[in-house]
Design a protein. Structure first.
Length: 356
């Protein structure tokens, strides 16, 4: 079947379709990871976005459900140069096209993903339409022009009910803004007793759970779309050790009176260099975000920058000057990507030990 990617600026890429037959709309972004497409697709932080993979061959090792980061694909579409429909790996359970079809996600391949990536880098992330239906171009144009992007994707991807993962160590409340499974896995490896709560859980309810510390998860979209979470975190940081990742990092900064802004095309992939100022060491990190913390906005908020991005000098980590509070913009849990910075989970445990 034919496939098409129609960008907001009028650029059209024609290729072949795979996955679910249909038409979808979202924000076009790109990811530079060479592997890990299963984890990328099921990362809730991609809610509302159409993902373009810069690596040219996708699907060669198939899909294994144990590697997925949530129960479904949250992206609106998937764009690749070429797909492998006969994967070869002992863990393979299904091919990429079958996965997308099962999860109702539209895919397009056979397009120039290098050109798409260069377009996004020069013009920024933009609205797009992805389809593998044979509709007239005028119809596609009309659909895209009438598209109004959704807001507050966090509400869609967050858990609706509180649930527990038993452990014998520190009691951790994980505020779920779109948490990846690997955050939970890393906490479990450290014997944490985890309670996962919805994004809009009140301060009072969290305190009833009597946690030793609070984890603020990753998630999709603009952190300013969840003001209720910002207000809750504002109270939590006064009384509990807190560790924020990705969207959780941005929400933490906002809770202290800082500011955030949208990046031109974001950071998405498993090969982003980050400098840890305290350790005087660089790390390769996994990232997936379209917003960043304004470094100037936190200078008088008792926060210090701990990590910076080696490509564009954006803020990649902050900590409080006296409270056991810190956060990072990147993903120390990886999945996909390196786990070089998993030491940050150990820092969180140490903070809870000292605060006990």
């Amino acid at each position: 079947m034919n496939g098409i990617l129609y960008l907001e600026d009028g650029t059209i890429y024609k290729g072949k379709g795979f996955g679910k037959i249909g038409t979808s709309l979202g924000e076009i972004v790109f990811n530079t990871s060479m592997t890990g497409y299963g984890e990328i697709l099921t990362d809730p932080s991609y809610a509302g976005q159409v993902i373009t993979m810069t690596y040219p061959l996708i699907g060669n090792y198939g899909v294994n459900n144990e590697h997925l980061e949530s129960e479904k694909v949250h992206a609106k579409g998937f764009v690749v140069k070429s797909i492998c429909d006969s994967p070869s790996n002992y863990t393979c359970e299904e091919d990429i096209s079958s996965m997308l079809n099962k999860m109702n996600i539209v895919g397009v391949y056979g397009v120039d993903t290098r050109s798409i990536t260069k377009k996004i880098r020069s013009k920024g992330a933009m609205k797009c339409l992805i389809s593998n239906e044979d509709l007239p171009l005028d119809k596609y144009k009309e659909i895209l022009e009438n598209f109004i992007p959704e807001v507050n994707f966090v509400e869609q991807v967050s858990t609706k009910e509180i649930y527990k993962i038993e452990g014998k160590g520190h009691k951790v409340v994980l505020m779920d803004f779109g948490a990846k499974k690997n955050i939970i896995r890393d906490l479990k490896q450290r014997n944490c007793d985890i309670t996962v709560v919805p994004y809009d859980t009140s301060f009072e309810k969290i305190m009833e759970l009597n946690p030793d510390g609070v984890m603020l998860s990753n998630g999709p979209g603009d952190p300013k779309d969840v003001p209720e979470a910002i207000e809750t975190v504002k109270k939590l940081v006064e009384v509990k050790p807190t560790f924020g990742i990705c969207l959780g990092h941005q929400i933490l900064a906002l809770s202290f009176g800082g500011d955030t802004y949208k990046l031109k095309f974001g950071h998405r992939g498993g090969n982003h260099g980050v400098y840890d100022i305290n350790r005087d060491k660089a790390y390769i990190t996994a990232q997936n975000h379209g917003y960043a913390v304004d470094s100037e906005s936190i200078k008088d908020k008792n926060l210090v920058v701990t990590h910076i991005n080696l490509n564009d000098n954006t803020v990649e980590g902050i900590k409080h000057k006296s409270l056991p509070i810190f956060s990072v913009q990147f993903h120390p849990e990886g999945a996909p990507g390196p786990a070089d910075s998993a030491y940050l989970f150990d820092m969180f445990i140490e903070n809870m030990d000292k605060n006990a």
